[in-house]
Design a protein around this ligand. Structure first.
Ligand code: SAM
Length: 202
């Protein structure tokens, strides 16, 4: 087991509303995310997360799953320190209260304070445009950098156990942190490998 200093996790998006591009012209049309349609894995994953975490974990989720995530993380031993809002500054699809945010649970094992004193719990970072997205759920590196900078030091290890495009790894690399990314899809693993091998935190 690596001596994990701090962890950033990004998964558990929607549950009830599996993330899938609706427009037929979208490059992600018919692309779904493995295991995003059920949360059977959540209790065991939460325990494992608690086992390897040094102190802090960030978990991205949607409004319909945030309760279940909080329940299982608490059962695993974490304290819920905060629930942050990622304001995407970009209207998602739909006709009715179109989605423009994601939630980020801040779970801790012991005490934690951010390095900056004036940080809001609403983080406004524009979502990547569809043209630039390499993964349907890709997070902006600038957003991940805020979380990593605020909770780790140079040389610490950042883990993303659902690393997708490797955005968390790229952000960690840019900030001089070590990183571990775990991803089911070989294609996304390769993407993350290229992205970090050349230091392209894009
Ligand atoms: C929400 S996406 C993560 C997106 C990523 N944060 C980014 O910025 O690109 C979740 C990822 O977890 C992967 N995944 C699903 N089940 C997994 C498993 N059991 N182990 C590892 N990765 C898994 C999916 O293939 C998907 O790429």
């Amino acid at each position: 087991m690596p001596s994990v200093i701090s962890i950033t996790i990004t998964f558990g998006h929607t549950h009830q509303f599996t993330l899938k591009a609706q427009r037929k012209t979208s490059k992600f049309h018919d692309v779904t995310i493995a295991n995003d349609d059920q949360l059977a894995w959540l209790p065991h994953w939460s325990s494992e997360l608690y086992r390897v975490a040094k102190n802090v974990a960030y978990i991205f989720c949607g409004w319909s799953t945030v309760g279940e995530f909080q329940t299982q993380l608490t059962r695993a031993g974490f304290k819920i320190k905060n629930v942050l809002v990622w304001h995407k500054n970009w209207l998602g699809m739909g006709n009715n209260f179109r989605p423009n945010y994601e939630l980020i649970i801040l779970a801790i094992k012991s005490t934690f304070v951010t390095k900056s004193r004036n940080l809001s719990n609403v983080l406004t970072v524009r979502r990547l445009s569809p043209k630039k997205l390499t993964h349907i759920a890709e997070k902006p590196v600038a957003l991940l950098e805020i979380l990593i900078r605020e909770s780790t030091n140079v040389g610490d290890i950042v883990l993303d156990s659902f690393s997708g495009s490797g955005a968390t790894c790229a952000a960690a690399q840019r900030l001089g942190r070590r990183f571990v990314g775990i991803e089911l899809s070989p294609a996304y693993c390769e993407l993350a490998r290229c992205r970090t091998r050349f230091g392209q935190a894009i």
